[in-house]
Design a protein around this ligand. Structure first.
Ligand code: ATP
Ligand code: MG
Length: 498
């Protein structure tokens, strides 16, 4: 018996067929992966199940009964819960208040009673969270737990998780998987979306693959490996880039960071005396577990966050104290970690591609729309962005938004590039493409600072690798001297070489 069935689901947006007669069947007590390239239609299918969109045609059955799901309220009434990447929590409220918000049987909010009820629920589901904590004090992984608890508290028997691990550090991923496995033994069904194939093989029981909105098939996870899944998704098995090992000669320092100190949002010290030189034609990788100052480093190097001391020189020019726009003008390219930052969702792809660079298209105060448009068409083609120039960015799939950002920054041929988590949320093909782009930027002579929590990514691309721990550089080495073990020890704070 299936707890949920989606049969013959079609959903179009204008001319675009996002889901094309898709069948999806979910068993009770299974973890079921939904896999596919960026734009394949995964989120759309799940938004239909959760009542955020309505299918053009097709049927949804819950426990074999046809249901009409018109809103999240209908979905919740049918035992369906969904956790997206952008949490819908109220930061100043407590965990308990957030969990019961919009779902209490009584009008009077008795704080102690609520905390006890939510605390009991947390225990019952094995979710480690203090009901009294304020959400604004919680890390991303903990906020996600609140969202999961919120769904379970509303009696969800089907839990949809759309790229839950994209925002988590490795320890948080382990904790999430533990929770999911426990929930599964209690009969809960989980729909798990991820681009990380090893996660899919690790945690799921079955996998459904979509390509271009169409169902490719559903398989038992035990019967496939990562290459087979990649082949189902994109039609080929092997992915990866080859790093060029020869250096570009002259070892010219492009970006010189000297002893900068930076505070975090809470006003506490996030970076202490960071000094790094990034040469022309070099990728310097910054390895580290998330939350050790990476975010602050990336922001400081683009003028988005102020440094309390130190200096930042780009081609000998001091940038400290300048505005983000002046950093950009001086030749600093930045790909924000959060793709929603740095883009305007309501503007079109064309407009977003020109953003921050309008001066290049302006002559005597007049904007050259034709030039903007033809540049956009060129970039859409070159970066294989699945979108039309006039689509508003809001309607793009996550991965395609990331490509728009990359296209805008990389097409400017910046002298230095700051790239935090460049492939987060990208499918295997797009990941390979972005990595290739970063290598090409290196090969044309850009100084690239790659900040990534993905050790494989660091090892695949970097010429040199530095490790950041608690806001300090604790080690720096040439790529051929780096091993996962050595990096792991530095990343955990067990040793210091610097
Ligand atoms: N509200 C909308 N309006 C117009 N087009 C949309 C809308 N929502 C999604 N689309 C389009 O539907 C297609 C499928 O998008 P969807 O978000 O489902 O992809 P996805 O598989 O979740 O991709 P990703 O892995 O990048 O998140 C994309 O081409 C997207 O641009
Ligand atoms: Mg999606």
């Amino acid at each position: 018996m299936y707890i949920a069935e989606m049969l013959g689901i079609t959903k179009t947006f204008g001319d675009l067929v996002a889901n094309d007669r898709v069948d999806f069947q979910l068993r009770k007590g299974e973890i079921h992966a939904l896999l596919g390239e960026n734009g394949a239609g995964k989120t759309t299918l799940m938004r239909i199940l959760y009542g955020l969109y309505h299918q053009d045609t097709g049927t949804i059955k819950i426990e074999e009964k046809p249901v009409d799901i018109r809103s999240p309220k209908d979905a919740i009434a049918n035992g369906i819960g969904m956790v997206t990447q952008h949490f819908a929590l109220v930061p100043p409220l407590s965990v308990a208040e957030n969990v019961v918000l919009g779902y209490t049987d009584s009008f009077v909010l008795n704080r102690a009673a609520i905390e006890e009820k939510v605390g009991d629920a947390a225990k019952r589901f094995g979710i480690h969270i203090d009901p009294k904590s304020l959400v604004r004090h919680l890390a991303v992984g903990q906020r996600q737990r609140v969202e999961i608890l919120k769904a379970l508290y509303r009696n969800a028997r089907i839990l949809i998780l759309d790229e839950p691990t994209a925002v988590l550090v490795p320890q948080e991923v382990d904790a999430l998987f533990e929770t999911l496995n426990r929930l599964k033994t209690e009969g809960l069904s989980v729909i798990f979306i991820s681009h990380k194939l090893y996660e899919v093989t690790q945690i799921t029981d079955r996998v459904t693959v979509l390509r271009d909105g169409k169902l490719i098939g559903t398989v038992n996870t035990a019967d496939v490996n990562q290459s087979a899944l990649a082949a189902m998704m994109v039609g080929r098995e092997t992915f990866g880039v080859t790093r060029q090992t020869e250096t570009l000669g002259e070892n010219k320092v492009t970006l010189q960071i000297n002893s900068i100190c930076v505070n975090n949002d809470q006003g506490l010290k996030a970076l202490t005396n960071i000094s790094l030189d990034v040469n022309a034609g070099e990728i310097l990788g910054i390895a580290g577990v998330g939350g050790n100052g990476q975010k602050e480093l990336a922001e400081a190097l683009c003028g988005v966050r102020t440094c309390s001391s130190g200096s930042i020189h780009l081609m000998g020019e001091e940038l400290l104290g300048r505005t983000p726009a002046q950093f950009t003008q001086a030749g600093m390219g930045r790909i924000p970690e959060d793709r929603h930052e740095g883009m305007v969702a309501d503007l079109t792809v064309t407009e977003n591609l020109a953003l921050e660079h309008l001066n290049e298209y302006t002559k005597n105060g007049v904007l050259n729309h034709k030039a903007i448009r033809s540049q956009a068409e060129k970039l859409i083609d070159q970066f294989q962005i699945k979108a039309q120039p006039n689509d508003s960015v809001r309607t793009l799939s996550g991965g395609n938004m990331q490509k728009v950002l990359l296209a805008r920054v990389l097409s400017r041929n910046p002298k230095a590039l700051i790239v935090p988590q460049p492939t987060r949320g990208l499918d295997v093909g797009a990941t390979e493409y972005v990595r290739q782009q970063l290598l090409e930027q290196r090969n044309r002579g850009a100084a690239v600072l790659l900040i990534s929590e993905d050790l494989d990514e660091i090892l695949a691309l970097s010429d040199r690798i530095a490790v950041i721990y608690e806001g300090e550089i604790v080690g720096i080495m040439a790529a051929d001297e780096a091993t996962p073990e050595r990096l792991g020890l530095l990343m955990s704070g067990a040793v210091k070489e610097h």
